[in-house]
Design a protein around this ligand. Structure first.
Ligand code: HEC
Length: 265
């Protein structure tokens, strides 16, 4: 029986391995992230820089349609400020929203119009629709990035590896027009997104040196938060529950001792 289970398990892992290999995609390089582990929290400074990278680089092609500007100031978010429990009022969030142009309307004559964003708006998409996005990107669709680190296996390490993993195509590999070589890409080694970074591409407002690795790390930190914004609260609750259970067991043990104190056993 045990043998049978073991061979089944082996078979399952083998076929999973094959399926993984067939999808292309070199295994992502593991990074150390502050958000990992039972006590993990986001590195807020890194996530703020990551938002800057998203805004200045990725948002030219990718949407992040599940994020409203006020979310950036929610508890646990990169721009959270305890002075503004209602993140709609957070001046940093308002200033960020204002830098974006959103299409609103219709106005009283039935026309749509453009206006600066407000904290209540969602981050606007760079293209009017999927077709327009594909037409501008060699026929490939730049996926929405709000949940991307959850939508890919080993998401954060994958994203970091992908962004830092562009290379010249090895000999014998013929790149199709408009494609770039990236061994980490799960959709095969050829990707319609070219390397988005060169060293120093963004000028960080906090003075950090913007190397390719740094920008990749920061935008990954930001997008990991975006895909799991309640992580810190969840881990905090988990910790409180553990403490509660520990105290409860002490109490139960104490009462057990008290109740049975006079009984010989
Ligand atoms: C010039 C346009 C452009 C820019 C800028 C850009 N991307 Fe992309 N991205 C694309 C396209 C097109 C695809 C689809 C690639 C394909 O399917 O071959 C893509 C795909 C992706 C994917 C999906 C990979 C997968 O596993 O399917 C991720 C993740 C991604 N981009 C992240 C980013 C991040 C993060 C940035 C900013 C640092 C960024 N992109 C900047 C065009 C862009």
């Amino acid at each position: 029986m045990l043998k049978r289970i073991a061979s089944l398990a082996l078979l399952a892992s083998l076929s999973a391995g094959l399926a993984f290999a067939a999808g292309g995609g070199k295994e992502a390089r593991k990074q150390n992230w502050k958000f990992e582990g039972v006590f993990g929290t986001y590195d807020k400074a890194s996530a703020q820089r990551g938002f800057q990278v998203f805004q200045e680089v990725c948002a030219a092609c990718h949407s992040a349609k599940y994020i409203a500007f006020y979310n950036l100031g929610d508890k646990g978010a990169p721009f959270y400020d305890p002075a503004y429990p209602n993140s709609n009022d957070n001046p940093v969030v308002k200033a960020i929203a204002k830098q974006f142009t959103v299409t609103a309307g219709p106005d009283s004559s039935g026309d749509m119009f453009e206006r600066p964003g407000t904290s209540a708006d969602k981050i606007p998409a760079p293209f009017a629709n999927e077709m327009a996005a594909m037409a501008a990107n060699s026929g490939a669709f730049p996926p929405d990035l709000s949940l991307i680190t959850r939508a890919r296996y080993n998401g954060s390490n994958y994203l970091y590896s992908l962004l830092t993993g562009y290379k010249d195509a090895p000999e014998g590999v013929q790149l199709s027009a408009g494609m770039s070589y990236n061994p980490y890409f799960t959709g095969g080694n050829q990707m319609a997104m070219g390397a988005p970074f060169i060293d120093g591409l963004v000028e960080y407002t906090d003075g950090t040196t913007a190397s390719v690795e740094q920008m990749s790390r920061d935008v990954t930190e930001f997008l990991t938060w975006a895909a799991d914004p309640k992580m810190e609260q969840r881990k905090g609750t988990g910790l409180m529950v553990m403490i509660y259970l520990f105290l409860l067991s002490l109490l139960l043990y104490g009462s057990y001792r008290a109740v049975w104190r006079d009984v010989k056993h």
